[in-house]
Design a protein around this ligand. Structure first.
Ligand code: ATP
Ligand code: MG
Length: 428
């Protein structure tokens, strides 16, 4: 324990510091307050609350009506009141004390030693600070608050004051120094946490910025492909360029949702599906396209292949389901027992005789579809129990390996991926 600088009345046999109180109970109470503060400080990230709690518990521990935490302000070279009990309204964040050794708090700050003054007005070491004089303070005890409990610089001073004629003693100084040690660790932890949160926010900002730029670049590619399609020498080339532009525009759509999303790296599926279907409706002709999705979050790794897959299946339905006529095309995405069930269906002519999903073929469409299913580690089946065509994709979403997000938050759990209040269905 530090050497204590003391002045004023000394405890004597005739006038012990503990006169009139149960010393053991008093010290045990101080121990339990230290423990109480330790657990409070570990549970909150709000520095204000931590400082305020410290002052309130110290007031109880030292049975003193005035306590304050002073933070050293380099620009002013003063100790600013940041939290406290007992002081007049408007003191916190407004009143400050000199940081030189002429004030009791300044002395503790400059020397690092606990300072007890049991008779301030007669203590030749110090001027009486105005704040203390205004509150009739007679005695004070000050200890340094070191950041991180030592070696990481100094935060300020913890000061306990009283207007009563009693005495602060060495054990009180020890209690207060212990408190200041805990407070220093809590301050350091809170500040490290704040800078970590700042770094995460910055990283999230950069990630969003990147998605925004990717989306803009892809939108330019879409524009170029469309221009090229318009001047294509044959219908076949024109169709191929339009299909390519549609695929790229679907990926751009995911990136557009990524940078807007409240969870970095995740898209809100219902919103995404609504927008994707809106885009696809631009090419559905007289057919109607109805989309319905559960409100949930989907990682970018899932959203891009899923978007491409829906794009292919809907494009196929538009092209082949209702030759010479029109009809309905349905897309739905449901979360069932940790799996995402996506269904794309129509009530058209049905697939050609002998059609199998995995058969090797020259067309690109189903190669993209099967490639995306593999990438998603999903399972695609073709339902043959009804008129038209119905594809069912079963996707195990909760087996995704990386569930944390760059902004430090976790997608809400189980749904870990489920968001409340989002429902995106839009028919036409
Ligand atoms: N909803 C559907 N209804 C009827 N037939 C379909 C449907 N979807 C696909 N088909 C048939 O399956 C075939 C294979 O589809 P796929 O997407 O692989 O090729 P594509 O659409 O002809 O060419 P690409 O997609 O490469 O432009 C189609 O040519 C079509 O005959
Ligand atoms: Mg196709």
């Amino acid at each position: 324990m530090h050497e204590v600088f003391e002045a004023g009345l000394e405890p004597t046999d005739a006038c012990p510091a503990s006169l009139g109180r149960d010393e053991l109970r008093y010290r045990l109470r101080q121990q339990s307050l230290l423990g109480e503060f330790g657990s409070i400080a570990m549970q909150t990230r709000d520095l204000r609350k931590i400082l305020q709690q410290a002052t309130e518990l110290c007031a109880i521990g030292l049975q003193a009506p005035f306590v304050k935490v002073l933070e050293y302000e380099l620009d002013e070279d003063r100790l600013m009141v940041r939290a406290g009990v007992g002081w007049a309204l408007g003191t916190i964040d407004a009143a400050s004390l000199a940081a030189d050794i002429g004030s009791p708090a300044g002395f503790a700050y400059q020397t690092g030693q606990p300072v007890i003054s049991n008779l301030l007005e007669a203590d030749t070491r110090f001027r009486m600070p105005k704040l203390l004089a205004d509150h009739g303070i007679r005695r004070a005890i000050n200890v340094l608050i070191e950041r991180g409990g030592g070696g990481k610089g100094f935060f300020g001073v913890l000061e306990v004051d009283s207007a009563d004629p009693g005495q602060f003693d060495q054990d009180d100084a020890n209690f207060l120094a212990g408190f200041a040690g805990l407070l220093g660790v809590a301050i350091e932890r809170q500040q490290a946490d704040a800078s970590f949160q700042g770094a995460l926010k910055h990283q999230a900002l950069l990630t969003r910025e990147m998605s925004h730029r990717v989306k803009n670049s892809l939108t330019s590619v879409v524009g170029l492909l469309r221009v090229q399609a318009r001047s294509a020498p044959s219908q076949e080339v024109k169709n191929a360029l339009e299909d390519a532009s549609s695929r790229v525009s679907t990926i751009a759509e995911v990136h557009d949702h990524l940078w807007r999303s409240s969870h970095v790296g995740f898209v809100e599926l219902a919103d995404f599906m609504t927008e994707l279907c809106k885009k696809l409706r631009g090419n559905t002709g007289k057919n109607t396209l109805h989309c319905d999705a559960d409100p949930m979050l989907l990682s970018a790794d899932h959203a891009i292949p899923l978007g491409l897959l829906i794009n292919e299946l809907v494009t196929n339905a538009v092209k082949y389901a209702y030759p010479g006529g029109s009809g309905a095309i349905e897309v739905s995405a449901r979360e069932i027992n940790g799996h995402l069930h996506v269904e794309v269906s129509d009530q058209g002519t049905g697939l050609p005789e002998g059609f199998e999903i995995d058969l090797p073929r020259t067309s690109l469409g189903f190669k993209v579809v099967t490639g995306m299913v593999r990438q998603l580690r999903g399972h695609l089946t073709l339902s043959k129990d009804r008129k038209g065509t119905r594809f069912l994709l079963d996707l195990p979403i909760l087996s995704h390996p990386d569930e944390s997000t760059p902004d430090g938050r976790w997608p809400e759990s189980r749904g870990r991926y489920r968001k409340k209040g989002l429902r995106g269905s839009e028919g036409q």
